[in-house]
Structure formats: C-alpha cells, structure tokens
Write a protein that binds this ligand. Structure first.
Ligand SMILES: *Cc1c(COP(=O)(O)O)cnc(C)c1O
Length: 452
C-alpha cells in the first residue's frame, strides 16, 4: 500500500497517520476502514510509536534542560489521563514515573508490576484504605492535601512501621490560562494548602513534627490544564521556592524536591500551538534557576506530571456515520448534522468544557465542496456534541467513517455507559500489528452488575 502523509494539519494528528492510494486513512499501514471492519466502531486507536516518542521527548528534554542547571527532572505520567496495564508496562520500560490517585489506579500499576518507588499518589480525599494500599505498595511519594491526611498517614506509617516520602500540595494562587472548570490553583477550589493563609507553613511544620514516619520531600503545585506558555509556572515556582526558603529558615531543613505538576497543552484544532517539550523544558529550567538564585537556595530536584501531552495526541477515535441531516440553523446557515455511533459516552469533554476537536473523513477521499457540519453522537441529549464546528465534504453519507483527533487523553478515562452504551475498545497500533489494550464492553458486562 503506497501512502502519503496525511493532508491535514499534522500537528494535530499522530505521526503514524497517512493517506492511502485510494484516499482513505491508515495508521502505520493499517487502513482505518479495515480496522473498523475487524474491531467495529466506535474505537479508540493509539499510535504507539507516536506515544513513545512523546514520552521520550519529555523524559530526555526535561532531564537535559535541568541537568544544565545542576539538577535533574523526573517525569511522572499522570495516570488519570488514560491508564491500562499495557501502557504502564511501556512507561516502565521507558523509565518514566507514574502518578495515580485512587486504589483503582494503583491496582493497574500493581497489575503491570510498576515499581512502587517510582509511583506517586495524589488525591484530596484518599481513604485510609487507599493510604494503607499506597504504603503497602511502597510508593515513593504521597502528595498530601490536608491536615487530616497528615494525621492519617502518620497513623498508617506507625502501624506499618515504615517512613514515607510526602510532598505538600500547595495552592499557589496562580490560575492558568484555561477554562474555569479545569483551573485548579486559584484560592476558591478544593485542592492544596493555601499559601496566603499560612496553611502551607503550618502543614510543613506538622509534617516535620513526625520525622520517624514522614520525610518531607518538598512542595507540589498543579496550576491547571491546557497551558500554552510558562507564565503560570513562573509565578507558581517562585512562590514554592520562597516557601522552601521559609522552611529552611524556620526549621533548618533543606527540602530536596519541587514538583511543578502537569497541564502542558496540546493541539485539538489547527489554531492551537503548544510549546514543544524542548521549549517548555528550557523555559522551566530558566525559571527554577532564577527563582533559586533570588532566594539563594540550592536548586532542588524537579518533577513534572504531564498526562494529556503524552497520551492525548497519540490517540484518535474512529466512528461510523449513521445519519446526515441538514438543519436550517439560522436564516443564512444550513448546518449538516452528522450523527455517529458514539458521542458523549466516549468523549464527554465537549459537553463538560465546550472542548473543541477536529474530525476528518477517514475511509475515502472526497473532492466535494465542504459544508458547515456538526458531528453529534447518539445519546438522548442535544448537548451530545463530538465536534461543534467542522468543515466536511458535502457528500458524507451513512456508512462513511470519521476520525477525531487528539482523543488519547480524558476520553476513555472519562467515558461512561450512559444510555447503556458499551464502551469502545482501546487498540494499540504499530507497524507490526494491532493489540487490544482494552476490549469493547459487552451488553453482558453491563447486565452482570444487576442484582436479583
Ligand atoms: C490532572 C493532573 C495532572 C495532569 O494534567 P494534564 O493536563 O493531563 O497534563 C498532573 N498533576 C495533577 C496533580 C493533576 O491533577
């Protein structure tokens, strides 16, 4: 099969996606039309080489940039973006670290045999059972979010006679340039100890009162998601490093680590232009170095927690078109509503955040003039939108396939069984073949939960 690079904006689509001689799309040589026949639709496809290249890029670029300022940087993949044990084994082989935030996510790490020492656990309301599970697993760090949690971790560490590394999640007051519902560092939200009210200082003192049970590694902040520049990270890092200095002055303790969180943005539509890992790494290293110089503190070991930026662009969703309906949207706009066989159950982000996506015809080429289209799902809600505005060929008809870009993160992870739809499979694609990372759910899976 001869292929040419896909005609679409290639910073949105995974690198293994090409156009075949007959005008359809292929992923590493596997025609999407054949994948649809074999595995059914909807289906999530992961371009594995693309994913690995992104993971390595973060690992190597951040390590290099931070080594140049006399420290290093660890990459913790944020498991909440998408998690399954096959992925965890790949990340392990690539020497990445892993963040989990529930005992369910920890169970996936355990199934994959991921080393506890390279695992961190987040969460603003970890149960005692989850804290116990994390300590039993030997996690390298717990990211602690409340005074109650400090007490619970101390008690668990005593029971198990272990000492656990903790980081304190801090609310830096920084709000990243992002959608309000996914901003997480401004004051009026649930995460972290407030800097301004002195809560963070109090939490640090409390952790340091328990040196037999807890080792205070440092401070952590996560300022939001879909961040396209380093300004928010600068403000957050400066405040965290000032806090470090304060702890050094108050307690004579040098905190060895600093975690700047995740949130690195990706391109969903052609206008999105995220920084490359290399650019982001260089900017963050310069920010940390300058802040440590100002505070006259040694440069700590840094960590970051990208989720979306590693898995998001490597994933696409393949749907089949079921109906095509022209709708008189306004006096002078006819919008073509294209219904596909999935929707808000496999991608709730448009409904939750008005997130934008990009769709393209995947089974053939069309030279028809495009029309203003809206790709919608099959659920019983008018807000069940997959792609709000997309120019698509005017001859799209039932049976055609559509591919939606950048669905690797927060789609399967946030999916539901709304309307008793079974969740699509996650298929890992390489030139060598296709592996099922997660199979499609069946109606029997749904009915299996029912009691009498
Ligand atoms: C969600 C989250 C991340 C990952 O965010 P991305 O936008 O996927 O990079 C990292 N750290 C924490 C604490 C998070 O809550």
């Amino acid at each position: 099969m001869t292929s040419t690079p896909v005609r679409l904006a290639d910073h949105i689509w995974p690198s293994g996606l090409t156009e075949t001689a007959d005008g359809g799309l292929a992923l590493h040589g596997h025609a999407l039309i054949d994948l649809a026949r074999t595995y059914g639709t909807p289906a999530y496809l992961v371009d594995v080489p693309d994913l690995l290249a992104r993971a390595r890029d973060f690992r190597d670029e951040f390590r290099t940039a931070f080594e140049a300022i006399g420290t290093t940087c660890d990459v913790f993949y944020a498991g909440k973006a998408f998690l399954c044990s096959a992925l965890v084994r790949l990340l392990d082989a690539e020497d990445l670290n892993l963040d989990v935030c529930t005992s369910g996510e920890l169970a996936v790490a355990a199934k994959a045999g991921f080393p506890g020492a390279r695992t961190g656990m987040h969460g603003n309301n970890k149960s005692v059972a989850e804290i116990d599970a994390a300590l039993d697993y030997g996690v390298g760090r717990l990211i602690v979010d409340s005074l109650e949690e400090i007490e619970r971790v101390v008690a668990a560490a005593r029971r198990k006679n272990v000492r656990v590394g903790v980081m304190l999640r801090v609310k830096t007051g920084v709000e990243a340039h992002t959608h309000e519902f996914i901003a997480t560092a401004h004051e009026d939200q649930k995460f972290g100890f407030s800097l301004s009210g002195g809560q963070a200082t109090e939490a640090a003192a409390e952790v340091l009162r328990h040196p037999d049970e807890l080792q205070l590694l440092g401070f952590h902040s996560h300022i939001g998601s879909q961040i396209f520049d380093s300004d928010g990270f600068r403000a957050a890092a400066e405040r965290l490093i000032a806090m470090q200095l304060q702890v050094a002055q108050d307690h004579g303790v040098l905190l060895p680590e600093l975690d700047l969180g995740g949130g690195f943005g990706i391109a969903y539509v052609p206008e999105d232009e995220p920084l490359s890992p290399r650019e982001m790494a260089a900017q963050l290293a310069a920010i940390v170095q300058a802040a440590c110089e100002t505070a006259q503190t040694p440069v700590p070991r840094v960590s970051i927690e990208p989720g979306r930026a590693i898995i998001g662009p490597a994933g696409i969703t393949l749907y089949e078109v079921g109906t095509v309906k022209p709708v008189q949207a306004t006096d002078d706009l006819t919008r073509t509503y294209i219904s596909v066989d999935g929707g808000m159950s496999d991608n709730p982000r448009p409904a939750l955040y008005e997130a934008d996506y990009t769709a393209t015809l995947a089974n053939r080429h069309s030279d028809e003039p495009t029309t203003q289209a809206r790709v919608v799902g099959k659920h019983c809600e008018s807000g069940d939108i997959v792609v709000r505005n997309q120019q698509l060929p005017g001859d799209i008809r039932p049976g055609d396939l559509l591919a939606v870009a950048a669905t690797g993160a927060y789609c399967r992870a946030l999916s539901s069984q709304y309307n008793h739809i079974t969740r699509p499979p996650v298929l890992a694609v390489t030139a060598d073949g296709v592996r099922t990372w997660l199979r499609r759910e069946t109606i029997d899976d749904l009915l299996a939960l029912e009691g009498e």
